[in-house]
Every structure is written in structure tokens, then in C-alpha cells.
Design a protein around this ligand. Structure first.
Ligand code: NAI
Length: 421
């Protein structure tokens, strides 16, 4: 009898035979969902025999939900994720009109999934635009609930924009607004609580996965009280809550001044020998360059919503693109987590058998790790790598590889399962 995941004494309790809710997804969601589940089932069986299993429970969202229930995101679906704590989803169409900005955003908000986790690693055989892709092992912690994405925006010419403009004018003046008569406005809320819980989760993750560093990525040189504050709050978390496990880069600036870079390098070496995690910060534009040139210098990246959006796609492109990048939205306090394919519904190839299911497969492997079923996740990583290194790939990667064999979505999944066995 399969059972639900529960939280016991603040920790995730996963029964051996577990129910996992899933949203199939729109467009290519239908093509990749079952193959991904079959691969997970094979990996679980190869790892634990009949001792463990997953019962997949479909819940509705997107077009399928709209056709069956008249709603894009039925309340039963949100309740199911709440009840089962952990779930997985395929890509969803963003409804045009109808009051929902995005189903993904709605789900994240409902469950307060404040971390968007994107691990980025390279699999042997996958084409990459960088010279040493094997040095890429980065884990992005993108803040998921704040920043310019909060949706507080006023279009120029609307009564709201006028109201906001007069509020500004009366209280702060309009000198810094270059063209006040034709300006739209957007608000960027960034809080101490929101920033600290994100950085706390990133440091915890680095400790748990024995990763050497956490980089705070921000534009604090320009946006001092939002992005700059994020950086300072991030350092505060490390210094106040992880004093014995971390070495914060800014300490050396305080102690030695900028001239002390050499001494600081020695201090970092010492700290690493003691097993401490190095907490550093980099300005976003420099980071985008740095991550291409010296990816090995960054393991966990903690950043705000908009930066995280850009960084996620650049880093994904370095190791094969969105077709093979996994993701998860997590609240590390409540335990709620939804694992997801990071690409969209790819409507032009939906139903053609061309879709690459790897993003969803790797997201499912992340889910297994989250449940503590690491052996099954390892089976998936090994089998995928084996398949890629034999150059057996779907059309997106086929176009970039010489001497490759083109497989359909189903054939690719069969090949991965064969490699699991
Ligand atoms: P998209 O990711 O669907 O497609 C971008 C390009 O990548 C297309 O050329 C597509 O064919 C290709 N592609 C994407 N996934 C692929 C895969 N697994 N295998 C092979 N090729 C793949 O992004 P687009 O076109 O901007 O959005 C289409 C729809 O998806 C929109 O309604 C959008 O709102 C939605 N969307 C949903 C997301 C989600 O549910 N997480 C994320 C992004 C977009």
C-alpha cells in the first residue's frame, strides 16, 4: 500500500512505497511525462528491488484541467501538493487573458516555494560552447518570491501610474525621472527575511553536499538598498548563523583592507583546509563573464529573482541547454517542493516525438535525492551519461553533434532504461 510523505519532527518522512502527485503538462508535457516516470520506476527497482516504489497520482493543471473542469489551476491540485508535500510537473501554457499571470507563479506563491533550485552539471558527450565543460558543477539558488517579479507595475498613462507619480512627486520629487510624462513604473521589493531565508537555504545545501563555496550575486553597486542589502544580509546570515562552518570573504576587507588580497588568499586556503565554506560576492555582470571563464570558482550561487532568471539560462546553455536542465521550487521550512522541467511547452514539436525528456528526467532524479533515494538518482545520472556518450540523442542535441544517432522521445527513454539495467 502506497502512502503519503509526511513531516515528522520537522523532517521529511518518506514511506518506502510512496504516492507522488504529478502534473502531466501541456504541449510536449504529454510526450515526456510517461517516459520520465518509466525511467524513474526502472531506477527505483534497480536500486531497491520490490522494497521501494512510487505510485504516480495525476493532478490537473493547464489546458487539460481547463478542458475537464473549466479551471486552469483547480484548487484540488494545490491541495494535493499540500497534502503530499512533494510533487513534479511538466511545462504549462500561460493562459492568455483570464486573470492568471502564470500558472507556475501561482503554484509557487500558493505554496510559498521561495527557492528556485537549478543544479547545472555537464554530462559527458553533450555538446557545449565552452572549452572545459567538465569543470561546471554549479547550483543556483534563485529567490522566487520577491524582486521586480512581484508584479507591482503601473503602465504609463493609466490612473494608477498617475497616482503613483503624484505620490512620488509629493514625497520625493521627480528629478530623477528622465521623462515623467511617458514613464511606466515597476517596484522592486526586497526584504531582509526573504533574502536571509534564501541565503540560509543555500549555505545549508552547500554544507549538506560538501560544496566549497557560496557566491552572492548582486548589482549592489547600483541598487544599494535592494541588491546591496541582499548582499549584506547574506553575509550576516553566514557570520551570525554559520560562524564555525563558513569563512566570509568580506572579513578580510574589514581586517586587511583591499591591499590584503594575498593574505586573504592564504586565509581562504586555511579555511578550506578546515572544511569551511567560502562565502563571497560578485557583481552580476562580472559573474556572467566569470562563470564562462572560471566556472570552477563557483559552486553554490545565491541570487535574487531577476538575476537568477538570466543566470539560469546562461548556465544551462553552457551544458547543453534548457532541454536537459532540471529544476525545483522548494520551501525548505515547510518541506513543500515541486520539481519541474525548466523548458516550456514547445508547441511546434508537441506530439512529433522530437522532445528531449532529459530535463524532466533529471528533475525527477533531483526529487529522488530530495526524498533521500540517492542510489536511484545515481542510476539515472549514470544511464543518461552513458546514453549521451554513445551519441544517442533526441533532435535538439542531434543537430549539434557529429556522428550521432537520432532517437525519438520514446526510443531515447528505452535506451536510458536499457542502460539502467
Ligand atoms: P519553450 O521552452 O517551450 O521553447 C523554446 C525552444 O526550445 C523551442 O524551439 C522549443 O522547440 C525548444 N524546446 C523546449 N523544450 C524542448 C525539449 N524538451 N526538447 C527539445 N526542444 C525543446 O519556450 P517558449 O516557446 O518561450 O514558450 C512556449 C510556451 O511554454 C508558452 O506558453 C510559455 O508561457 C510556456 N512556458 C512554460 C514554462 C513552464 O511551465 N515552466 C517555462 C517556459 C515557458
Amino acid at each position: 500500500m502506497s502512502k503519503k510523505i509526511s513531516i515528522q519532527n520537522g523532517k521529511l518522512h518518506v514511506p518506502d512505497h510512496v504516492i507522488i502527485p504529478f502534473i502531466e503538462g501541456d504541449g510536449i508535457g504529454k510526450d515526456i511525462s510517461t517516459p520520465a516516470q518509466n525511467i524513474v520506476d526502472a531506477a527505483v527497482e534497480a536500486s531497491y528491488g520490490k522494497q521501494r516504489s512510487i505510485e504516480w497520482k495525476e493532478v490537473l493543471a493547464g489546458e487539460k484541467a481547463y478542458k475537464k473542469t473549466g479551471e486552469w489551476l483547480p484548487v484540488e491540485t494545490i491541495d494535493a501538493f499540500r497534502e503530499h508535500i512533494v510533487g513534479i510537473k511538466g511545462p504549462l501554457t500561460t493562459p492568455v487573458g483570464g486573470g492568471i499571470r502564470s500558472l507556475n507563479v501561482a503554484l509557487r506563491q500558493e505554496l510559498d516555494l521561495y527557492v528556485c533550485l537549478r543544479p547545472v552539471r555537464w554530462f559527458k558527450g553533450v555538446p557545449s560552447p565552452i572549452r572545459y565543460p567538465s569543470t561546471v558543477d554549479m547550483h543556483i539558488f534563485r529567490e522566487n518570491t520577491e524582486d521586480i517579479y512581484a508584479g507591482i507595475e503601473f503602465m504609463t498613462g493609466t490612473p494608477e501610474a498617475e497616482k503613483f507619480k503624484s505620490l512620488l512627486k509629493e514625497n520625493f520629487g521627480l528629478d530623477d525621472v528622465r521623462f515623467p510624462d511617458s514613464t511606466s513604473f515597476g517596484i522592486k521589493p526586497v526584504s531582509e527575511e526573504g533574502s536571509k531565508r534564501l541565503v540560509r537555504a543555500a549555505i545549508d545545501y552547500a554544507i549538506k553536499h560538501e560544496l566549497p563555496s557560496v557566491t552572492l550575486v548582486h548589482k549592489g553597486n547600483i541598487m544599494k538598498y535592494t541588491e546591496g542589502a541582499f548582499k549584506n544580509w547574506g553575509y550576516e546570515v553566514a557570520e551570525q548563523e554559520f560562524e564555525h562552518q563558513t569563512f566570509t570573504w568580506r572579513q578580510y576587507e574589514k581586517i586587511f583592507g583591499k591591499q590584503g588580497a594575498e593574505i586573504a588568499k592564504e586565509k581562504v586556503k586555511e579555511a578550506r583546509k578546515e572544511g569551511k565554506i567560502i562565502i563571497k560576492d560578485v557583481i552580476t555582470d562580472a559573474f556572467l563573464q566569470e562563470s564562462l571563464l572560471r566556472p570552477y570558482n563557483h559552486s553554490v550561487i545565491a541570487t535574487m529573482n531577476l538575476n537568477g532568471d538570466y543566470i539560469s539560462d546562461q548556465l544551462a546553455a553552457m551544458v547543453g541547454g534548457i532541454g536537459i536542465s532540471p529544476g525545483a521550487n522548494i520551501n525548505y521550512n515547510s518541506g513543500f517542493a515541486i520539481f519541474e522541467a525548466t523548458h516550456g511547452t514547445a508547441p511546434t514539436i508537441a506530439g512529433t516525438g522530437q522532445a528531449n525528456p532529459s530535463s524532466l528526467i533529471l528533475s525527477a532524479a533531483l526529487l529522488l535525492e530530495y526524498m533521500g533515494w540517492n542510489k536511484a538518482a545515481e542510476h539515472i545520472y549514470d544511464a543518461l551519461e552513458h546514453t549521451f556518450s554513445k551519441r544517442k540523442v533526441t533532435s535538439d542535441l542531434f543537430a549539434l553533434m557529429e556522428g550521432a544517432t537520432l532517437l525519438s522521445t520514446k526510443e531515447f527513454a528505452h535506451e536510458v532504461i536499457r542502460n539502467i539495467h
